[in-house]
Design a protein around this ligand. Structure first.
Ligand SMILES: *Cc1c(COP(=O)(O)O)cnc(C)c1O
Length: 392
């Protein structure tokens, strides 16, 4: 099957169980797929755009209502859709960071946070994670003090990942935000792995901003994401334009410069909206996801030598394991080297683990059914047995 001459139809999630860490939470719902087809045309959401001519005011389809619902769901005061969590970081960084300003990230931060700071001219100071790969409030306070000493002023912004992409560990953003607010540092909660996966309450967390990723965690097409703000910060990050042309004197009303006027259009936005009812429901059942993750992880750990590098017990389904003393022993002598592992999995209809990786790798069971989790568990055990690894 082909979309066009050189473009094959993609059937990954139809033909296999996909445990790719970054893809698990972004798989579209059937409703989002319909939205992609119906709203794929360019400015399709603009049919009924009326004054004051901004995306988040459009009533048909119900984009304005969606913005209200989304803000309420995150327990924040204002929200905009953006092309990915990274664009949320960028909008916030552009608002608070000027040349040479120190910004707090962590030693587990995603690269897009670094780029957002770089583009705004800031410098990055990382809060180091502890030996268990957890970022603590004490470490945040110590780093804020260190920055004050070195730079003569506090950091102008902090971006803290609730669940980091490396270990899938959960960090106490609430306590970290409390500490950083003592230095008047605005805190952006990076929910790329949590918004749309588990319940997120911005007010309870006490953060200034919540960023989420539509295509990673909200069953939405790429590029999509959300940026939510408190009433206090809303005026700053969602400020309206004041520029005008010198010849025409034109002004641009309520367009927001940090959002470049209108943000998500067409299939991305309507896909995000179409999945939203299902996403709101699924966050209430994250316990089931953790149970499925445990089924798979227990099986992996039954293969002698396998270690979990993520915190235990697991608080998120993204998990990092070390199989240097198990599956990699097979890779050492196998003609396919490390690729034996991914190809053995693929033969069993399992994809998403980096081809060639047999030492340290990540998987994400999010969205699997219990039957699929059991199948995954059995597959890992079977691959171990087929290759004469001891299983307890
Ligand atoms: C994936 C990820 C991002 C980037 O999200 P986009 O929506 O693709 O911009 C940012 N931070 C973390 C922690 C991530 O895992």
């Amino acid at each position: 099957m082909r979309c066009a001459a050189a473009i094959e139809a993609r059937q990954v999630n139809e033909l296999a169980i996909n445990v790719d860490p970054i893809q698990a939470g972004g798989r579209l719902t059937a409703d989002a797929m319909k939205a992609v087809i119906a709203y794929g045309d360019g400015y399709s959401v603009c049919d009924n755009c009326r004054k004051p001519n901004r995306l988040d005011y459009i009533a048909k389809p119900p984009i304005a209502g969606f913005h209200k619902d989304l803000a309420a769901w995150l327990n924040m005061d204002a929200v905009r859709t953006v092309p990915g969590a990274r664009r949320a970081f960028q909008a916030v960084a552009q608002t608070y960071v000027t040349k040479g300003d120190p910004v707090l990230l962590t030693s587990l931060s995603h690269y897009t946070e670094f780029l957002a700071v770089e583009e705004a001219g800031g410098i990055v100071r990382e809060i180091p994670a502890n030996p268990e790969n957890i970022v603590t409030p004490d470490a945040a306070a110590a780093k804020a003090e260190e920055v004050k000493r070195d730079c003569g002023r506090a950091p102008v912004l902090a971006i803290i990942d609730h669940v980091d992409y490396q270990y899938g560990n959960m960090h106490d953003v609430k306590a970290i935000a409390k500490v950083l607010h003592q230095y008047d540092i605005p805190v952006l909660y990076n929910g790329a792995y949590t918004v749309g996966i588990l319940p997120v309450d911005g007010k309870a967390l006490g953060v200034d901003f919540v960023a989420g990723s539509g295509h990673k965690s909200m069953a939405a097409p790429a590029p999509s994401g959300v940026l939510a703000a408190t009433a206090e910060r809303e005026k700053e990050v969602f400020r309206t334009t004041s520029i005008f042309g010198d010849v025409t004197g034109r002004k641009f009303g309520i367009k927001e410069p940090a959002m470049m006027g209108c943000t998500l259009m067409g299939a991305t936005l309507i896909g995000l909206m179409a999945s939203f009812p299902r996403v709101k429901e699924r966050v209430k059942h994250f316990d089931r996801e953790l149970a499925n993750n445990k089924i798979v992880l227990d099986a992996l750990l039954s293969v002698t030598g396998t270690r979990v590098l993520s915190e235990m017990p697991r608080k998120h389904t993204l998990t990092r394991v070390d199989t240097t003393q198990s599956f990699d022993k097979v890779a050492q002598v196998h003609k396919k080297k490390g690729f034996f592992f991914s190809s053995a999995l693929e033969e069993k209809g399992i994809v998403g683990i980096i081809p060639g990786a047999s030492r340290v790798w990540k998987f994400n069971t999010y969205g699997t059914t219990e039957a699929q989790a059991k199948y995954l568990a059995q597959a890992f055990v079977d691959i171990a047995r087929e290759n004469n690894l001891p299983v307890t």
